[in-house]
Structure formats: C-alpha cells, structure tokens
Design a protein around this ligand. Structure first.
Ligand code: GLU
Length: 501
C-alpha cells in the first residue's frame, strides 16, 4: 500500500502572501484532498532578519478566507509540531553534527572580510568566487585543519558555519512530477551553508529535516526552488533518508511583457496580487477580499493558472477542483496572469450568487449613503442589475436611480426630447394613473396597447420615459424600473422632466 499523502505549504513570514504563494498553497491543498491526505502549514522563520510581524497571521487568515485552511498547523492538530521552525531550533544541530561525522559537511571559519577579499581577488581576474569543491580545500575549513584544531577554535567561541560538502563529478538524474526527468551536475553546485554558530539552521537544513520529521511525502512548491532540488535530494541521502517526491510549479508571469509577476506589479497595474489588503506605514497594497472578489472566484482562477483538466471547462467549485486536480497535468511553462480574466471569473460567480445574499452585501453601501430600503425590494433590484456587474461595488453606479431621482439629464439623450414630448409624457401619466395591477408585465402591456392604438412610435415614448426616470439612457428593462419605484414616484419623475427639459 502506498504511503498516506502528506503535503505542506511552508511560507516564510516575510510579508503578505503573494498570489503565487497562494497558488502553491492551493495546489498542495487540492493534491492532499484528491488523495485523501493531509495538508499542513509550516512557518519557515529561521531567518529572523526577514521576519515581519503580522505576516504569519495574514497567511492563516488568507487561507481561511479562501476556504483552504490547513488540516494541521500552529494551534491545530499539532501531531507533528511545533509548526514554527523557530520553535524547532533544538532539533537541527543533531543532524548538522551527523553530517559532519559522516563526512558530508564541514566547518568553515572564514570571516565575512576574508570572503570579501576572495570575491575581490576573483573579480580582478574576471572570475566569480564560488564556495565549492574548487576552493574549499584552500579556505579556512575543517577540511584542511586537524580535528583538534577545529574543536579548539569552536570551544574558543570562534564564529563558524557548517557547509554541505557537495560530491564531485556526479550527474544526478532526478524526477519532478511536473517536469519529468531533470539532470543536475554536482560540479556546478556550491557548498551551501546549513547551520550557523548562533545555533540556527539555514532554510536548506531546516526544510529537509522538517519535511522528513513531519512526514512530507510530496514537496509541491514554486519553480524558484528547482535549483535547490539537487542539494535537498543529496541531503536526504546523506542523512540516510528517503527523499519525498518533488513537483515544481510554473512561474506566474506578468500580464504583459516578460518576467515573473512581482509584488509590485499589482497596484502599479491596477489590480491586487495579494489575497487580503496589507497595510504598512509607507503604503497599502490592495487585496482581493477588499476589492470585492469572491473567495471561490479567486480559488477558481488561481487553479487555472498553470493547470487545466484537458477540457474547456473553466468554472469549478472547490469540490470539483479536488476531484479534477492532477499534478501531472500542471504545465511546465509559466502561466500569464490575466486581471481581466480574474474579473470575468468574479462576474460568473456574481451572476450565480443568490440575490438576497448579494442584496445583504450591497446594503452597507446604501446605509453609508443614508438610503433605507427593505430587503425584498433590494433583492429585486439586485436581480435586475447583476447581469452586467463584476463586483457588488459596481451596483451603486448601476442602480442609483432606483433610490434617488435624477437631478440632471444626460445632454446627448436629451436631444430626443422633442416638442411633442411633454404632451406625450402627460398622456402617458394619464395611462399610468389608470393601471391597477402595477407590475412590470402588466404596465408594459397597457402602455404598448396605448401606443399602438394611438399610432405612437416606440422610440418617441420609451426614450424620453427612460430619460425621465433614470436621467440617462441606461439601466435594466424600463418597465421593471417602473414597477420597483412605483406609480407615484414614476409620475413625480415624469412631471419633473416635463417641467425641466
Ligand atoms: N520557505 C520557503 C518559501 O518561502 C519554502 C520553500 C519550500 O517549499 O521548500 O517559499
């Protein structure tokens, strides 16, 4: 029987979660659920210099808003805890020591000044200094001094790092679930730092120790980590562990031009790249939630950034995504981020949404404008306008005339207000006054009968009628507006137009 799937999302709390990170979390979530496995969240905060207060809370809140919360994390089913690397500090030293003992790692005492000097010296010769198998025997390491000397220097409190001793002349043939066969030449790798004398591991050591101890079966992460894959596999082997499987997700690219979508692209180009708004003293970065996106729509468009199920289907519930998702169908090539398409997704969810739910979401906007209206009427208004909206925040502009009579009339549309129009509108008022059952279909039937009987052209009545009620030639079906605002208000507006146009 194959092992129970356990996957993780392992962000570093260095700021708000970028949309690329959210997609990584989503793909892990989908993969776990598809395979009846577990999705956990680990906070990778070994680099205290880059720690940003609030980032961890932000990440959890964002996943919760999207409906893809982890099964295990800080404070939740802590079976493999702690889930914060800074609280796992005591675990790593032992493995660094084990690597030293087995000859897979070594101590390096080079001071920052010494390393700088090496860099300069190389630069002068037109070369780049790389800490690797070419240099390591010439540097200040335990590879060239005796064990006693090494122990003495450490005991004396000298600063050191532990570096991985990358094997020489090996070609690694590895498999990535998305990319297939990938090949790495170990001679091209540098000897990465694994551990520092301040007692903290680096990302590389902590990441593989934790993935091992926390039972990770599949590492699903962004393409930017692909170059780390050979080191990670070598570390698993050096520690005598089986390596998890790897899947490196394609980059998310800018909407136009080349390159990776950056945290800065969003507000610069007028769309959010963060799930939730993020405020600092210097700036506010907009979030999908605050912009009025539905979490389901965000999940849906993110799922299609770099994946499809082989059909043209675009609209998926989370449950459908879980059923359809297949890591093998994730693309290798970068996925272009299309803000217009995101809006389209939101529009699709908006038109499917329950009208009363939308009315309740719209209500605060009206309250702010001191407009009071009952829920049933508001629900009706929403049903009339939502077809053309992408966001609840679009509603006001599309429906203000339901609540406030026009104060101005669109100049271009007013050209249709002819000499005979006031009399026609006056007659229309008389027709409307006589209607008992003031419902859209009935009003329409009676008004049209009146026009036919008197041989009045449609345009002659309908355009000035709409202009009188709305102030412009916009809005939903005219007789629906008439029904909602009611007989009295319709007549008041017609009279006002007769007097002012
Ligand atoms: N902490 C890394 C990051 O911030 C995790 C990379 C990985 O998933 O291994 O993306």
């Amino acid at each position: 029987m194959s092992k129970q799937v356990r996957v993780r999302f392992a962000p570093s709390p260095t700021g708000p979660l970028h949309i690329g990170g959210v997609r990584t979390a989503l793909f892990n979530y989908l993969f776990a659920k598809k395979n009846g496995g577990t999705f956990f969240l680990r906070i990778e905060d070994t680099d205290q210099n880059r720690f940003v207060p609030g980032a961890e809370e932000y990440i959890l809140e964002a996943l919760e808003w999207l409906g893809i919360s982890p099964d295990e994390t800080i404070g939740k089913n802590e079976k493999f805890g702690p889930y914060r690397q800074s609280e796992r500090k005591h675990l790593y030293k032992k493995y660094a020591d084990q690597l030293i003992e087995s000859g897979n790692a070594y101590y390096a005492f080079d001071t920052p000044e010494a390393l700088d000097a090496h860099r300069k010296e190389h630069e002068e010769k037109g070369k780049t200094f790389i800490y690797n198998h070419h240099n390591r025997e010439k540097l200040d390491t335990s590879l060239v001094i005796s064990a006693e000397e090494t122990a003495k220097r450490i005991a004396n409190g000298e600063d050191y790092v532990i570096r991985f001793k990358t094997p020489v002349n090996e070609i690694l043939h590895l498999t990535d679930i998305i990319r297939g066969h990938v090949k790495f030449d170990t001679n091209l790798l540098d000897d990465k730092v694994l551990f520092k004398s301040d007692g903290m591991p680096t990302y590389h050591l902590a990441n593989i120790v934790d993935d091992h101890l926390m039972g990770t079966t599949h590492v699903i992460r962004g393409e930017e980590w692909l170059p780390s894959m050979p080191l990670h596999v070598l570390l698993y082997h050096a520690l005598g562990w089986l390596s998890p499987e790897f899947a490196h997700l394609p980059l998310i690219l800018k909407p136009v031009g080349n390159g990776k979508l950056s945290k800065r692209d969003g507000d610069k180009l007028g769309f959010p790249v963060f799930p939730l708004e993020w405020k600092t003293e210097e700036a506010i970065s907009s979030g999908y939630r605050e912009k009025g996106f539905f979490p389901e729509a965000v999940v849906n468009f993110l799922a299609l950034l770099g994946w499809n199920d082989g059909t043209d289907k675009e609209l998926y519930t989370l449950e459908e995504l879980v059923q359809a998702f297949d890591l093998k169908r994730v693309h290798k090539a970068g996925a272009k981020f299309d803000p217009e398409k995101n809006k389209w997704f939101n529009h699709q969810y908006l038109i499917q949404a329950d009208n009363e739910v939308l009315a309740k979401a719209y209500a605060p906007i009206l309250i702010e404008k001191s407009i009071s209206i009952d829920l049933a009427t508001l629900t009706k208004i929403v049903s009339l306008i939502k077809e053309r909206a992408s966001f609840v925040s679009d509603f006001w502009e599309m429906s203000d005339f339901f609540f406030i009579p026009p104060t101005t009339y669109d100049a271009k549309a007013s050209k249709n207000w002819k000499e005979e129009t006031p009399e026609l509108m006056q007659n229309l008022i008389t027709v409307l006054e006589g209607i008992e059952d003031f419902t859209s279909v009935n009003i329409e039937t009676i008004v049209k009968e009146w026009m036919t009987k008197n041989e009045i052209g449609m345009g002659k009545v309908m355009q000035p009628f709409r202009l009188s009620l709305v102030g412009a030639l916009k809005g939903p079906h005219l007789f629906d507006i008439v029904e909602v605002i009611g007989k009295k208000e319709t007549i008041i507006r017609l009279e006002k137009a007769i007097n002012s146009l």
